[in-house]
Design a protein around this ligand. Structure first.
Ligand code: SF4
Length: 258
């Protein structure tokens, strides 16, 4: 009925797990979710910090962030992109203030002038237990023991451990660790989630058990997705999160038809 995608990304797996119907509407019905204030803040912050780490160590300071942010704002048409948002959470000035705060909070987590990264925005294509995967890793550093340390910027809220297990919070990075080992033969020892808005770094030591749990999630999701593609049955996972779902808002989710 439906052809499964050639590759899965960790975020596609997360979407299918959260709600198979949401996956179908975005992927097969091609109804894309529009950008939001939060996704724009995240993308702008990522863009500026990527450029910051391309500068020589001694030039990585807050003034450089200000200059880069100004240049990229103009070069990549952020003014129009922010003003075009359907549901802005403030003015463009508010947007800039929020984004700049996220960027400069990086100094509360690490000193960029002292931080070495080996790769940024690294595209990885790999097979994990027979599942073809593709993803872009924010940052990879290879430590003295030749293990990778994978880190990712987050501009959203810190997950509440009451609702999100450690395995779920770190799933994306555990999947990247599996992909990196499969594609480049580089094992990963440490994962870091940099929650910029909250100046908080969550860290996880990679263990065989953690990797095996992530592997299980990947394989199980692929099996369920293949089954849904075969039968055409994509379950609607109705939860409180539906209230924030674009597909409910625009009236295309079958679970919320009046
Ligand atoms: S509204 Fe709820 S059930 Fe419908 S697609 Fe969105 S998350 Fe899934």
């Amino acid at each position: 009925m439906f052809t499964p995608p050639d590759y899965l990304s960790p975020s596609a797996i997360r979407t299918f797990q959260d709600c198979p119907q949401k996956f179908k509407l975005g992927r097969f019905d091609n109804i894309k979710e529009p950008p939001t204030w939060h996704t724009h803040v995240g993308n702008f912050v990522h863009e500026v910090l990527e450029h910051l780490y391309q500068l020589p160590h001694e030039e990585r300071n807050v003034d450089a962030v200000r200059t880069l942010a100004g240049n990229l704002w103009t070069a990549n048409d952020w003014e129009n992109r922010v003003t075009a948002l359907a549901e802005p959470l403030g003015s463009t000035k508010d947007f800039k203030v929020t984004a700049f705060k996220n960027m400069t909070n990086l100094w509360n987590l690490e000193d960029p002038a002292e931080t070495d990264l080996d790769d940024m925005e690294m595209t990885v294509v790999a097979e994990v237990e027979g599942v073809r995967m593709k993803g872009i890793i924010d940052r990879v550093a290879i430590n003295d023991e030749q293990f990778a340390v994978i880190s990712d910027y987050k501009t959203g809220k810190i997950p509440n451990p009451k609702f999100d297990s450690e395995d779920k919070t770190f799933f994306q990075l555990l999947a990247y660790a599996l992909m990196l080992e499969s594609s480049d033969g580089v094992p990963t020892s440490q994962l870091e989630l940099l929650y910029l808005a909250h100046s908080t770094k969550l860290e996880l030591e990679v263990t065989p058990v953690k990797l095996s749990i992530a592997k299980g999630t990947i394989v199980e999701t692929k099996e369920n997705l293949d089954k849904a593609c075969e039968t055409g049955e994509f379950v609607c996972n109705v939860t409180n999160l539906c209230n924030w779902c674009h597909y409910k808002k625009i009236g295309v989710c079958p679970a919320h038809q009046s």
